[in-house]
Design a protein around this ligand. Structure first.
Ligand code: PEP
Length: 249
């Protein structure tokens, strides 16, 4: 059975004390309820150590890592540094990093490889622009993002990767993909993994939906067969909203 996962992406929000309060609030809510959903908090680098120490009810993820192992790379954060904080995951290939930091699939290969060799799991983001969907290229774009950054991996390595399908036109816009659009793309993503790896790998692969997911639409989106959870931006900044999304499964 595939793991159900709800991951928050705090992006560049909350100072350390605010982030600690949010994580504490969430920990209390999760302690008083029971869920079979794995909860992950994608927090700023400065918060990893602190938030990871708060609760075993959630895991902690970085939102990026360096493509270099170590050395003279001022301002960069390595996978080994991230691991040493207690973090278990790294979000890679988020559309904001692709757009504002010109991250391409070749950069992402290096980051994916470093994460996996340092025992960090990867939440790999993919998704098309609105213009790409409008011109009917959305399947091709998502396929190339996945093929170019992940298909050099072994089946065992893929078992440590989670996919987040995030149509760029739905991120932070309030416009959500319909559950049918999400299901269609998730099934397609699973099919390209089947073509490459056979049936077992994609059957175990968690594919999350991201893009304006909130308490009011989470249940409908998560009801779809190939949607195994969500990557949640704005709504992860409020403990009540985020826990309602966790409970939407
Ligand atoms: C995201 O940035 O990963 C995201 C899904 O954001 P939002 O939920 O705010 O659209």
């Amino acid at each position: 059975m595939r793991k159900k996962i709800i991951a928050g992406n705090w992006k560049m929000n909350k100072n350390l004390s605010e982030g600690t309060d949010l994580a504490n609030e969430l920990s209390e809510i999760l302690t008083s309820s029971s869920t079979d959903v794995e909860v992950i908090l994608g927090v700023p680098f400065t918060h990893l150590d602190k938030v990871a120490s708060i609760s075993d009810k959630f895991s902690v993820s970085a939102q990026n890592c360096s493509a270099q192992e170590s050395g003279a790379y001022t301002g960069e954060i390595s996978t080994k540094m991230i691991l040493s904080t207690g973090a278990k995951y790294v979000i890679l290939g988020h559309s904001e990093r692709r757009a504002y930091h010109q991250e391409n699939n070749a950069d992402l290969v290096k980051k994916v490889d470093l994460c996996l060799s340092d025992n960090l799991k990867v939440i790999y983001c993919c998704g098309e622009l609105l213009s790409e969907r409008d011109s009917g290229n959305h399947f091709e774009i998502v396929k190339s993002q996945i093929e170019e950054a992940l298909f050099h991996l072994s089946a065992e390595q893929i078992s440590r990767v989670v996919i987040a399908y995030e149509p760029v036109w739905a991120i932070g816009t309030g416009v959500t993909a319909s559950s049918a659009q999400a299901q269609e793309m998730h099934a397609y993503i699973r099919s390209i993994f089947t073509d490459k790896y056979g049936v077992d790998v994609p059957q175990a692969l968690s594919i999350l939906y991201g893009g304006s997911c909130k308490p009011s639409n989470a249940q409908e989106i998560f009801s779809k067969e190939d949607v195994d959870g969500g990557l949640i931006g704005g709504a992860s900044l409020n403990a009540n909203d985020f826990s309602q999304i966790i409970n939407a499964f």
